[in-house]
Design a binder for this molecule. Sequence first.
Ligand SMILES: C[S@@+](CC[C@H](N)C(=O)[O-])C[C@H]1O[C@@H](n2cnc3c(N)ncnc32)[C@H](O)[C@@H]1O
Length: 411
Amino acid sequence: MKLRGKVLVDDAWRAQLDAIAETRGFPASHDVADLARCVTAVSHAYNHEGHDASETVKKADALSARLSFFFVRDIAKGWGATRELAAAGLFAKPSLKVLDLGAGIGAMTWGLAHALAEHSPASRSIDAVLCDADAEALAIAKAVAEERASVGDVKVAIRTDRQLAPFSPSLAGAPFDVVIAGQLLSELDRDLEPADRVKKHVRLVRSWLDALEPDGALVLVEPALRDRTRHLHALRDALAETKAATIFAPCLHAAACPALVREDDWCAENRAIDLPSWLVPVARSASLRWEGSTFSYLVLRRDDVSLARMAASHGVRFRAVSDAIVTKGKSEIFLCGVMPSNEGESVGRVRVTRLDRHETPENQAWNEIARGDLVATTPPPKLRDGRPGEARIDADTRVEPIAITRERKTT
Ligand SMILES: C[S@@+](CC[C@H](N)C(=O)[O-])C[C@H]1O[C@@H](n2cnc3c(N)ncnc32)[C@H](O)[C@@H]1O
C-alpha cells in the first residue's frame, strides 16, 4: 500500500515490541483482530472518559494496546514536538538529561531520540527518568529500553520513578536539559472549571520549568482534539502574560493566541508521518487513521532562545496553521505570524489566498507549504479591502520556506 508520509520507526521495533507482548501474554502485531479489539476499547475510553483507566477496559487490554499501537503512534508526536529544538542545534551536549512526566511506556523520550538521530551534531545519548503513576506501564517502559537501547547512534538509558502528579522533579534528579509531558495535562484536574484548571496548570508548569537547566526546554504535547488543545492555548497565554518562560515553538510571537478568538477553533499539527505498514490493518480494524501524525505542542525555555528570534531577520514570517485549502482556481492557507504595520509590526492570523493564475517562479514555494511549516514572504501578503484577516499572494510576491538555523552563542 502506498502511504502518504514517511514512517519514523524502523522494522526492528516490530520484533522488539512483539517479543515484549508475547512474554506478557498480550496479542502481538500479527494478531490483528485481538489487538484491534484492545485498541478500539482504549480509543473509546480516551474519547469518552479522557483516559484509559476505565472500568470498561481490562488493564491487560489497555497495556497491550498502549505497547503495540499507541506507543508506536505517539513516538511521532514526541519527534514532532522536539524536532525544531534539534534542528536549531540546541541539543549540543554529548548527553541529555531528560525528565518524562506521565511517561507511560516512554513514547515522548523515544520521539526525542528519533529527533536527535536525524541531526548531527546533536546529543548522542539520553539519560531519562520516566515518571508515572502506573507501575505496570513503567515496567513495560523498562522492558522496551532493555530490548532497544538506541535509535541509530543515539543511546537511550531509562530509569523509572513511580510518582503521582504534580511530581517532585528534585526527587527525580533535577536539573534536567529537557522536561517533557506528553498527553498528560489533559488527564489532570478534569473536574475543575476551565479557568481554575488553567490557573492550577500554570503553577504546575512553573514547577516543571524550575526543574530545568538555565538553557533547558519544557515540552508539552497534547492530543489534537479541540478542547485539549484549547486548554494548551489558554495555558500558553497565561504563561506568556506572567512572562514565566520564553515560547520557543510553535508560535512566532508571544501575543494572545488567535485560535482562542472563536470557540470552534484550535491550532494543531498534522505532520506527514504515517504508521508503519504492520499497524495499518490494526488501525483500519479499529477505525483509526494511519496517515499523518496529529498533535498540539508548546515548547518553553528558561532562556530567551526562540524560533521567533531565529526567524526575525525575515521581515514577514509565519507558521502555516492549516492545510492548504485547494478549490477551483485558488489555494488558501491560514498563516499565523508577524507582518510590518503602521505601528511597526502586527501579529496575528491571516487567511492568505494565491490564485492559480498568479502562480510564478517567485511564489512557487506556496505549492509545497504544509501545516506546521515556517514561511517568509516579500513583500507582506496584500491585505484585502473590506475583508479583515484576509490577504493575497500576488504574482510578484516572493514566498520562501524559513530554515531553522543553528543558534549561535552570543557573549
Ligand atoms: C495518555 S498517557 C501518555 C503517555 C505518554 N506520555 C505519551 O504521550 O505517549 C498519560 C499517562 O499519564 C499518566 N498519569 C495520568 N494521571 C497521572 C497522575 N495524576 N500522576 C502521574 N501520572 C499520571 C498515566 O498513567 C499515563 O501513563
